[in-house]
Design a protein around this ligand. Structure first.
Ligand SMILES: N[C@@H](CCC(=O)N[C@@H](CS)C(=O)NCC(=O)O)C(=O)O
Length: 211
């Protein structure tokens, strides 16, 4: 089998989740740089007609949508499984992955991080109203993920699953802006879980370079 190709940029939370999954499996991959912004030009549009990142390719098989890519990686490289066979843990993982797509990414990434981090980097003003509007939902995401995790070392049990890999990039970046400081520290299980994730080799080898 050839090396998977990930199209995107290291600082994208979704791209990072895909790279984390590959690293957890010990699968080397190629990262082909496709930056932020509307990727509407070819050849990216052929890989991802919705003009987002990541796109993924393995042995000529092309795929987009992070959840689909993550499951492909876990099923395609069976070593070190990232999905539990326990029905409750498996369902909790799927629930948290759904929370990321429906609520956490739109509030934490699109609402807070894009305005607090990305726009200023591009010389654009932050939309403070958008940040304020996104914060209650971002805080709810943290509290709900904390509640679902409970006393377990990882989000759905004793082992890292795809849910942990979808959440950690968002919480890591959220922890680096003033708005994320209080919500992430409010729940006793969240910071220790983040530290556990950040200590993993997969995190260390995929961590985006500081900009
Ligand atoms: N549903 C997509 C969402 C991907 C997504 O929103 N990616 C962001 C970067 S983290 C993006 O491409 N943003 C650029 C844009 O919206 O133009 C997935 O699960 O992969």
């Amino acid at each position: 089998m050839g090396r998977p190709i990930v199209y995107g940029t290291a600082g994208s939370t979704y791209v990072w989740s895909v790279r984390l999954a590959l690293a957890e499996k010990g699968v080397a991959h190629e990262l082909v740089e496709v930056g932020f912004g509307p990727h509407r030009e070819e050849p990216h549009l052929s890989r991802h007609p919705f003009a987002k990142i990541p796109a993924f390719e393995h042995d000529g098989f092309q795929l987009y949508e992070t959840q689909a890519i993550l499951r492909y990686i876990d099923e395609g490289f069976p070593v070190a499984p990232l999905q539990s066979t326990d029905l409750h843990q498996f369902s909790r993982m799927n629930q948290i992955m759904g929370i990321v797509d429906a609520y956490a990414w739109p509030s934490i990434a699109a609402g807070v991080l894009v305005n607090r981090v990305l726009k200023p980097r591009m010389g654009l003003p932050a939309d403070e109203a958008a940040i304020s509007a996104a914060l209650p939902r971002a805080q709810l995401c943290v509290s709900e993920i904390s509640r679902l995790m409970g006393e377990q070392p990882y989000l759905t049990g004793d082992r890292v699953t795809l849910a942990d890999l979808m959440v950690i990039p968002l919480f890591y970046f959220f922890g680096r802006v003033p708005e994320g400081e209080a919500p992430l520290s409010e729940y006793p299980n969240i910071r220790p879980w983040m530290r556990r994730m950040e200590e993993r080799q997969s995190f260390q080898v995929t961590k985006p370079p500081p900009v």
